[in-house]
Unconditional design. Structure first.
Length: 447
């Protein structure tokens, strides 16, 4: 239950809005200088509405609601914090004005027009609002900051992220959507190598982690750019369970790891083949965490669709997750895992890739952090052993000492991606040059 109160002048608190378990949830986002309260209202059925709350009655007034996706951000006036526009991201970011009469709305529209193809926002400003920090980013631009002067009407470049990146040489990202086999509309992104016509490419299917809550976005991604620089297209799918599309969509992931979510990933792969983006003979799947799970489960669900699979800090056995992960250390974590995997041992076994090694016949490579509390390395070690017993010994395994749920040391990442690119190159990349792996015993163990 959500309750919203206002503090009165005498120090008492007045109840403005109350939601019950079956009603609508109110989340306050902030206030403008004139006292306007901005909030979202969510009925947990469709994406939340964005609007304001009446300070006297507590009534919510909707200013914007999209039938597909939630509001992911907003543009506020640098002078008084009034919300001028909201952003949604079913595909590429879309900005919708919600206050067309504010004097700063025209300024924002002018600045957005000066940076075509970029997402533009006000970042901060001086107290008088005359000097404004303006941020920009895109699929090719990691991010830049400019200083806008109201008196001169000019913007001066300040700094950029990843200054070595040349946007002219970066890969582009295009959004796509398709209808999954059960009629659900699914959105995603394709990173296309620079200079490519986007057709008949070797493809890396790259499911994100989570799966409940995280999502992929349209913005510069150093990992997908790395793959694209070697000539690969990269597919990222906001399958059921992904964040940003409303709570009902997110909750679809529970009990659906090996079924509904895998259907979305498999159907997206087939869509890429049918659309002509992917060469059906050169498709690999790679991901981290839940993405690592997907990298092994999707080939088990549909042998022959993928030519290789790379699992990174992945989860492969429900029982290991219950017994050894930090999620299984607490009662609410166990309840979450039971809801995610299924309450019965039969359901848990059915969704665990380790119990389907007889169907996983493609080349496999895996990597994990030796100190990973979220997806312990035992997942990777036991999956490697199970595949070996089944007659499909993985081409390699990295257990990086000192690393946790993702690698942070430079030498470990160099080793990881060098071996990963070499693996992709052997199976779908042809003559792609990837260099030599860094051989450093402190970086981890390779098999």
């Amino acid at each position: 239950m959500t309750e919203l109160y206002r503090r009165e002048a005498d120090g008492s608190w007045k109840l403005l809005n109350k939601s019950s378990g079956g009603g609508k949830d109110i989340s306050v986002l902030g206030t403008a200088k004139d006292g306007t309260i901005y909030a979202t209202q969510d009925d947990r059925k469709v994406p939340a509405a964005f609007g304001t709350i009446d300070r006297t009655t507590g009534e919510f007034k909707s200013l914007f609601q999209d039938p597909v996706t939630e509001v992911s951000g907003w543009v506020t006036s640098p002078t008084d914090d009034t919300v001028l526009a909201v952003m949604t991201e079913a595909g590429a970011p879309r900005v919708t004005l919600v206050n067309e009469t504010h004097p700063d709305t025209d300024l924002y529209a002018s600045l957005a027009g000066a940076f075509p193809g970029q997402v533009v926002n006000f970042s901060s400003a001086t107290r008088d609002g005359k000097q404004i920090i303006v941020s920009t980013y895109s699929d090719k631009n990691p991010g830049e900051l400019y200083l806008y002067d109201r008196d001169t009407g000019k913007a001066r470049f300040l700094i950029k992220g990843r200054e070595w990146v040349d946007p002219a040489k970066a890969a582009s990202i295009r959004s796509f959507s398709f209808t999954s086999r059960d009629g659900l509309k699914i959105h995603g992104y394709l990173t296309i190598p620079a200079g490519s016509n986007g057709k008949n490419l070797p493809l890396i299917v790259n499911p994100h982690g989570g799966p409940m809550g995280p999502r992929d976005n349209w913005r510069y991604n150093p990992e997908t750019q790395l793959f694209a620089s070697r000539g690969y297209a990269v597919m990222q799918v906001n399958f059921r369970g992904s964040g940003g599309f409303g709570k009902a969509f997110q909750d679809m992931a529970y009990g659906q790891w090996a079924t509904g979510i895998m259907n979305d990933i498999l159907d997206a792969t087939k869509w890429a083949i049918a659309d002509g983006v992917a060469d059906k003979e050169r498709i690999c799947i790679y991901g981290a965490s839940f993405g690592g799970y997907s990298a092994l489960m999707a080939p088990a669900r549909e042998p022959g669709l993928y030519k290789c699979a790379f699992g990174y800090v992945g989860l492969y056995d429900a029982q290991i997750q219950f017994k050894l992960s930090d999620t299984g250390d607490r009662n609410d974590g166990i309840r979450y895992l039971q809801r995610a995997f299924g309450a019965t041992r039969a359901e848990q076994d059915a969704m665990s890739p380790i119990n389907h090694v007889d169907k996983i016949t493609l080349p496999v490579f895996m990597a994990a952090g030796a100190r990973d509390p979220r997806c312990p390395p035992e997942h990777t070690e036991k999956m490697f052993a199970a595949l070996e017993r089944a007659g499909n010994k993985p081409e390699g395994m990295i257990i990086a000492s000192g690393e946790q749920h993702g690698f942070y040391k430079l030498e470990n990442n160099v080793n990881l991606y060098t071996q990963m690119l070499g693996f992709f190159g052997r199976h779908i990349g042809g003559t792609v040059e990837v260099g030599d792996a860094t051989q450093d015993k402190t970086a981890g163990t390779s098999h």
